[in-house]
Write a protein that binds this ligand. Structure first.
Ligand code: C2E
Ligand code: CA
Ligand code: CA
Length: 259
């Protein structure tokens, strides 16, 4: 009973939050460690809750996924991403940045998912190759044929696709072969302990190699210190994300950092 009332409370508050613009995107830099430049950012949602303060996705995304609110959140995030990229294209030190956002399985399966992307592209006229859509392989599991078709449409519009949290869930080598994606994000759970755990080291090394053989860009996330940074660099990973460089930041702080 307690769980049910919590669910109703949070989903009701979330509906209000969507109306009142309490949901905001934070931006975490993605670093190219060959050139030592910021390559782009990942947009990560936060809820500026009127009573509870700033909430991370852990506190509300699971509820949103159980209701159908997640698709509204994802649409909001998508629109925000187009808006941001359009703004960045006019600012000298931001104009080359790539922006990645997370899309849930529910949103991906909406019949008008691709149509919505097309409409946004017409409205905002950004360079689509700067927008990367991150999906998880849990999503691709469900209906591989449909997933491939949608991803191909998304790619033909010019957008980039990343396979997120690789190595957890249902990660299948068969999907690696079939899915048309550009970036392979190595799950944090392997990266976090690279300095102490030999198995994690071996697994990460393999994932980087698989990505390279398949012509995909490996990205290591969860890089928290210099030791881990050195290890992923030695393994041949060129793009990294993690607290060592920066946490997800409000847009103004992110832009200030870039400046
Ligand atoms: P994710 O897509 O795997 O995002 C990476 C998470 O790792 C983020 O957590 C980020 O803040 C955190 N992180 C980055 N660097 C480090 C590090 O060095 N150390 C540690 N310990 N953590 C690091 P966050 O922002 O709490 O997001 C959690 C998850 O919520 C995301 O995982 C993603 O699955 C989901 N999410 C976030 N934003 C959205 C969104 O707009 N839409 C949807 N559908 N899901 C989202
Ligand atoms: Ca992600
Ligand atoms: Ca991830």
């Amino acid at each position: 009973k307690k769980q049910m009332s919590e669910f109703y409370l949070i989903t009701n508050e979330l509906k209000e939050a969507l109306k009142n613009h309490e949901l905001v995107l934070f931006y975490q830099p993605k670093i190219d460690i060959i050139t030592n430049r910021v390559y782009g950012a990942e947009g990560l949602i936060r809820w500026n809750h009127p009573k509870r303060g700033l909430l991370t996705p852990f506190h509300f995304i699971p509820y949103a996924e159980k209701s159908n609110l997640i698709t509204q959140i994802d649409r909001y995030v998508l629109k925000q991403a187009f808006f941001t990229l359009q703004k960045w294209e006019n600012i000298d030190y931001l104009k080359d940045l790539n922006l990645a956002i997370n899309i849930s399985a529910n949103e991906f399966r909406q019949r008008d998912f691709v149509l919505n992307l097309k409409n946004l592209l017409e409205e905002y006229k950004i360079d689509p190759s700067k927008l990367e859509i991150e999906i998880t392989d849990t999503l691709s599991m469900q209906d591989i044929g449909y997933t491939v078709t949608v991803l191909e449409e998304v790619k033909s519009l010019g957008f980039k696709i990343a396979l997120d949290d690789f190595g957890t869930g249902y990660s299948s080598l068969n999907y690696l072969k079939k899915l048309p994606f550009d970036t392979l994000k190595i799950d944090q759970s392997f990266v976090r302990d690279l300095e102490n755990d030999n198995d994690d080291l071996t697994i990460t090394k393999m994932i980087v190699q698989i990505a390279k053989v398949l012509n995909k860009t490996p990205v290591a996330e969860g890089v928290e210190n210099e030791v881990i940074l050195k290890i992923v660099r030695d393994l041949g990973c060129e793009l990294v994300q993690g607290y060592y460089f920066a946490k997800p930041l409000p847009v103004f702080e992110f832009q200030k950092l870039l400046r």
